[in-house]
Design a protein around this ligand. Structure first.
Ligand SMILES: [Zn+2]
Length: 293
């Protein structure tokens, strides 16, 4: 298994692997999760592959070499073409490779296109064909695939892909395995939306919680992260309420500068990145509660 790792390491590793890759394609690791439901993992990215009567739905091809490798692996499973590409959110490292599947509709939250319009280095799809705001059921005569937007968790368009019959969900960049996400990747996160996504995942009675950068689909990882976020919410929210009582919003603004260095969650001290990155997580939670983003 890949295990959890920090995003910068993942991205740099992916680039290095690509730069060193010979012309021949590598092959993704393929695991079947349920009837007609697979996960494919390669270059430190994981995608769902769902086979329907009308074609194949995939998530996050990420970039063209990976998409080509996926296409070859999908041809080993079915002769149906990829007709739906569901993007987990708008961040550029997840959304490339659509051109490898010319028959596919690109599906992304309604907020994605505005961010894609700002792309100056050509990493995003040319068009988003299908958008949604709160939720969407993708009809391709296959296993039920529901898309849910529970707020701007990581990026504006964070989407949970839920297959209720298969009891599988797919998310990207919402949580890691006993590891705190590197602080530099937290600026675009709203911790109250992350909290909501984790709670919704817990309600889904899943067999597999697939996360875009880990081969471990254990549902326990969701529970552990939900508990961590709740502890962080209680700690930071408690301080904000106390400061509001004592000195109002001005007091909170003053404390925002010092809380990241002061507030601790010692029960999570053994999580990877705790010492280095907990301050960024405290700051993100404080700004999400007090500032809305
Ligand atoms: Zn990612």
């Amino acid at each position: 298994m890949l295990g959890a790792f920090e995003k910068p390491a993942a991205s740099i590793a992916a680039v290095l692997v690509l730069a060193a890759a010979p012309a021949a394609l590598a092959a993704p690791t393929v695991k079947q999760l349920a009837d007609n439901v697979y996960m494919m993992s390669e270059f430190h990215y994981v995608s769902l592959v769902v086979v329907g009567e009308d074609g194949v739905l995939i998530t996050d091809p990420a970039f063209a070499p990976r998409a080509r490798s996926m296409k070859a692996a999908i041809a080993e499973i079915t002769d149906k073409p990829v007709t739906r590409i569901v993007l987990s959110h708008e961040h550029y490292d997840h959304v490339g490779g659509a051109e490898v599947f010319p028959e596919a509709q690109v599906i992304c939250h309604a907020s994605c296109q505005a961010v894609f319009d700002l792309d100056v280095i050509g990493m995003t799809p040319e068009t988003v064909d299908v958008t949604f705001t709160d939720s969407l059921t993708v009809d391709f005569r296959g296993p039920t695939v529901n898309l849910h937007h529970y707020g701007p968790a990581d990026g504006f368009g964070s989407t949970v892909v839920h297959l209720p019959e298969a009891r599988v969900a797919f998310t990207a960049d919402i949580y890691e395995d006993r590891s705190l996400t590197h602080g530099m990747w937290m600026d675009d996160d709203n911790y109250l939306a992350i909290r909501r996504v984790l709670r919704e995942l817990q309600q889904m009675d899943l067999l597999h919680a697939v996360s875009a950068h880990s081969d471990d689909t254990s549902v326990e990882i969701v529970d552990e992260n939900a508990a961590f976020v709740e502890a962080l919410f209680d700690l930071v929210g408690g301080e904000i309420r106390k400061a509001m009582r004592e000195g109002g919003p001005t007091q909170v603004m003053m404390n925002l500068a010092t809380w990241p260095g002061e507030l601790k969650l010692p029960e999570y001290a053994d999580w990877k990145g705790y010492d280095e990155h907990l301050p960024a997580h405290v700051r993100r939670m404080a700004l999400s509660i007090f500032h809305g983003g």
